[in-house]
Design a protein around this ligand. Structure first.
Ligand code: NAP
Ligand code: MG
Length: 496
């Protein structure tokens, strides 16, 4: 039973309702009539039931999104669109405690983190993107056209919404990923079919209710809970103009292949194996807790987790001892307990995957300095883990583990370090810790990653783009970059 008895009454009543799909402004049962259980990863209990949407439901949702795109949504002024987004942000704030409790129960993350991070960041992106609604603009061009001498033209561009967008999101930040996806699409004037992860559908469904309360026209946002097959149908759907996906690189490749049928636009936010570098001149009082947070935050279930720690030889022992000490004292527990610093992993499958990575590391010669085991109790708890004595070819150094597992490695020469740091198929993020400003900028410029954090880690803001180089993705979340990815450019040329 755990702490579920302590949630507020609105959460309790939300959990006890059977949840339907949100299509065309109506809460409807799946066409198949089927539903599936939602689990509390802190103890494996079923906490709610949601509809199991499949291809037929995706078809209905795409039709609704198309009708809304061609009808009420395109007739609304940019200012009115912005006001709806702003109202939604206010509703998220007003329901913040409830959303944080739902997120903690469904995903396992500490309630303190959901309350201070996930929920306010979700409100923030809607507010930030509300502002963009009225700031989307084209340009004028003084064109000369050499083959029509004497003719004069007025030439300009306008920006138009891409159209109907399919958005497929993962389970690590369920509400925030929904917000990062929905906000720029809606600001740009697109309509959406959203498919949450099967493990964590609840906060997206609550968000759907808030979108309804905010007064968005029917069909602008449609939410279809279900499994990968629903996502696959959405990705290949000929009625969808763009698909935006966050999740594994493996599924990212399937999305690209599925999108080829109608050459829909694709953006991808995929995995990472981010290097985090501590130089010998770093302020270790900041770098040690910073590096621990880089990997252990959200239980390592972050695409940008600082999973490969490179420590300068001169400070290696001190840094390793410091992070080990932090790992030993992290309070593991049920997310709803305000004392919890690290909750369970999201599912049995994810715990098994993380444990099998640790085993593979040990079998190939790595040493477990701290952690390395799951807790022998109900729920999917994994100890914060540090591996040393790794080699660059080991799976634990090359592949995304997506759990609280860090590999700690020693370096002396900066050129050699840069080679190792960039020796990955990923390129999402990187961290570096130094007091030398010049070195910080030089190293940052040579790291092949979409974000570099200097003397900090996991810092996000709605204004700052986030996304991957190499196989970490296509395109960016947040900021002006994200809005542009939901817009087409129309060139207009008029003979004067
Ligand atoms: P995943 O399979 O990539 O799931 C992400 C989303 O894609 C979910 O909504 C999923 O639905 C959907 N999906 C699955 N197969 C699909 C398909 N063929 N076509 C379209 N959509 C599809 O991720 P996962 O299996 O939950 O996690 C596996 C690994 O992915 C993790 O260990 C981690 O390495 C990585 N991951 C990365 C991120 C990130 O933020 N970059 C987030 C989560 C996971 P279902 O939920 O029903 O499968
Ligand atoms: Mg769950």
């Amino acid at each position: 039973m755990g702490l579920i008895g302590t949630v507020n009454s609105t959460v309790r009543s939300f959990l006890s309702q059977p949840h339907r799909l949100w299509i065309d402004g109506q809460w409807v049962a799946a066409a198949s009539g089927q539903s599936f259980p939602v689990e509390n990863p802190a103890n494996g209990d079923t906490i709610s039931q949601v509809a199991k949407g499949d291809a037929a439901d995706i078809d209905r949702a795409v039709r609704a999104a198309r009708a809304a795109f061609e009808g009420p949504w395109s007739q609304l002024s940019a200012s009115a669109r912005g006001r709806l987004l702003w109202r939604l942000a206010d509703l998220i704030d007003q329901n913040a405690d409830e959303l944080a409790q739902l997120e903690s129960l469904d995903n396992g993350k500490p309630i303190t983190v959901a309350r201070a991070g996930d929920v306010p960041l979700a409100a923030d992106i809607f507010r930030y993107m509300a502002g963009w609604s009225t700031k989307i603009s084209g340009k004028t061009f003084p064109i000369s056209v050499p083959y029509t001498p004497g003719a004069e033209y007025f030439a300009y561009t306008t920006k138009e919404a891409v159209g109907v967008v399919g958005q497929i999101i993962p389970w690590n930040f369920p509400l925030l990923m929904a917000a990062w996806k929905l906000a720029p699409a809606l600001a740009a004037g697109c309509t959406v079919v959203l498919k949450p992860a099967e493990q964590t559908p609840l906060s997206a469904l609550r968000l759907g209710q808030l979108i309804q309360d905010a007064g968005f026209p029917s069909g602008v946002v449609n939410i279809v809970t279900g499994f990968g097959e629903a996502g696959a149908h959405l990705a290949q759907h000929p009625g969808v103009d763009k698909v935006a996906f966050t999740g594994s690189t493996e599924v990212g490749r399937l999305i690209v292949a599925a999108a080829a049928g109608n050459l829909k636009k694709v953006t991808l936010e995929l995995g990472g194996k981010s290097p985090n570098i501590i130089f010998d001149d770093a302020d270790l009082d900041v770098a040690i807790p910073g590096a621990a947070n880089a990997i252990f935050f959200n239980h390592g279930q972050c695409c940008c987790a600082g999973s490969r720690l490179y420590i300068h030889d001169k400070v290696y022992d001190k840094v390793l001892a410091g992070i080990t000490q932090i790992a030993q004292t992290i309070q593991l527990g049920e997310g709803l307990d305000p004392k919890t610093q690290m909750g369970p992993l999201v599912s049995r499958e994810q715990l098994d995957r993380v444990c099998s990575y640790v085993r593979s590391g040990v079998e190939s010669g790595a040493r477990v300095v701290v952690g390395g085991r799951s807790l022998e109790k109900a729920g999917y708890f994994m100890q914060p883990t540090i591996l040393t004595e790794t080699r660059p070819d080991m799976k634990v150094v090359r592949e995304e583990i997506f759990g609280p597992v860090m590999t700690a490695m020693r370096f002396t020469d900066t050129e050699d370090l840069l080679r190792q740091a960039n020796d990955t198929e990923y390129g999402l993020a990187a961290g570096l810790w130094t007091r030398d400003v010049r070195k910080a900028h030089q190293v940052s410029a040579r790291l092949r990653a979409g974000t570099t954090w200097i003397n900090c880690y996991n810092i996000f803001d709605a204004a700052l783009p986030f996304g991957g180089y190499k196989q970490s993705g296509w395109g960016r979340e947040m900021g002006e970059d994200a809005v542009n990815l939901y817009l087409e450019t129309k060139s207009v040329c008029l003979l004067k």
